[in-house]
Design a protein around this ligand. Structure first.
Ligand SMILES: *Cc1c(COP(=O)(O)O)cnc(C)c1O
Length: 381
């Protein structure tokens, strides 16, 4: 066992041409935001059907900036999912607005759109849905709801670059769309993100919020009229992103093939009571492969399963503990029992390794290890 190499939870794939390209940027004399960022933005815009796109140094700030562009702040409510990276709701607090969590659909693990209407009040201004693991939220139902109630949408598509809704790539349609290019995402700039917008006016504001609110004109003109921050992407990072984009389709194909193998190997093990992800092999980019362990079947906690996987050289992760039960959100009044599906899934979800350089043999090793661990920890029937 110890002679086998470790299978990490995830791993970025950076080709040699990208490494050479980064070295060229470092030698060029221009290493922060410059021509490579512009080139990266142009290619991202092309990927998003020509919509305006600007790059930033994280996927978190893109959402915060979208909220600011939409004029959302104190007194406003924003509806979102409790099962996400805490960034999704932290940005709502960051602009002074109030997050309102709506429970998930336990099958898709995304926000339950049928429960949103009951959460809408006179103060509701926007919805931030998340495509967890890359599985797209139903865009038809989402925008029907948003249009009916005149709400802005900020799609947290951090995990769904390369996914599509009915054949249309995520980012090509909709209101604001935010992507992350963190090292673990399907396409990376090490750290970074981008925001897809609707108009030149929004794009100008995004540029201002990105860098201290500054607007320049002529050789020496400078004006500041919004309190911008420091959110610009570097050319070094943009060059990494430019080296990633040509591989997007191949990365997505490989992830789908690995997910298919996981599904085939785990589906027969009904005795384990595992909840498998939706078997969508055409729309999701399979950012993650996640199972939900059965509390009823297991004698041990999830952490023990993770430790046992770790002991045989297999990484695993939890995405995510439900946000509303973090101390910061409990202080706002959220408590155990408020969102039962997110709480159950949050306690029992387990992310298994999945990345483009993983092999079918690796998937077999992970599934047989997991099945062994779960079988030896089953409660007596
Ligand atoms: C990664 C991620 C973010 C944040 O992106 P960063 O680039 O790390 O700031 C937001 N939401 C979701 C769902 C994510 O997975």
């Amino acid at each position: 066992m110890s002679t086998q190499t470790r299978i990490p939870l995830t791993r970025p794939t950076i080709d040699e041409a990208t490494i050479t390209g980064v070295v060229e940027v470092l030698r060029s004399g221009w290493i922060t935001s410059g021509p490579k960022v512009k080139e990266f933005e142009a290619q991202l815009s092309q990927h998003c059907a020509g919509r305006p796109v600007r790059a930033f140094n994280s996927g978190t700030c893109t959402m915060e900036i979208a909220l600011r562009i939409a004029g959302i702040g104190p007194g406003d409510e924003v509806i979102t999912t409790p099962l996400s990276w805490v960034s999704t709701s932290n940005v709502i607090l960051q602009v002074g607005a109030t997050p309102v969590f709506v429970d998930i659909d336990p099958v898709t693990r995304n926000i339950d759109l049928s429960k949103i209407e009951a959460a809408i009040t006179a103060a509701t201004r926007a919805i931030i849905p998340v495509d967890l693991a890359g599985l797209p939220v139903d865009r038809d139902a989402l925008y029907a709801l948003a249009n009916k109630h005149q709400l802005r949408v900020i799609e947290d598509a951090a995990q769904s670059f390369g996914s599509n809704w009915k054949g249309k790539p995520i980012g090509t349609t909709g209101d604001f769309v935010s992507f992350s290019f963190h090292a673990n995402k399907n396409i990376t700039t090490i750290e970074g993100g981008c925001l897809v917008m609707n108009s030149d006016a929004e794009t100008r504001l995004a540029e201002q919020y990105r860098l201290q609110g500054v607007m320049r004109s002529g050789y020496d003109g400078m004006e500041v009229d919004v309190p911008g921050g420091k959110f610009n992407l570097t050319d070094v990072a943009a060059r990494v992103g430019l080296g990633q984009l040509p591989h997007l389709d191949e990365f997505t194909r490989t992830r789908r093939a690995l997910a298919k193998q996981y599904l085939q190997l785990l589906a027969p093990h009904t005795e384990l009571g595992l909840q498998l992800p939706v078997a969508d092999l055409t729309h999701s980019n399979w950012h993650m492969f996640q199972v939900v362990l059965s509390e009823a079947n297991l004698k041990v906690k999830r952490s023990q399963v993770m430790a046992d996987l770790d002991a045989v050289g297999i990484g695993s992760g939890v995405h995510y503990p439900p946000i509303h039960l973090f101390a910061l959100y409990r202080r706002l009044g959220w408590k155990e029992g408020d969102l039962p599906h997110a709480e159950y899934v949050g306690r029992n979800i387990l992310t298994l390794p999945l990345y483009p350089t993983m092999t079918i043999t690796d998937v077999e090793r992970v599934t047989s290890a997991l099945v062994n661990i779960l079988q030896s920890n089953q409660r007596a029937a």
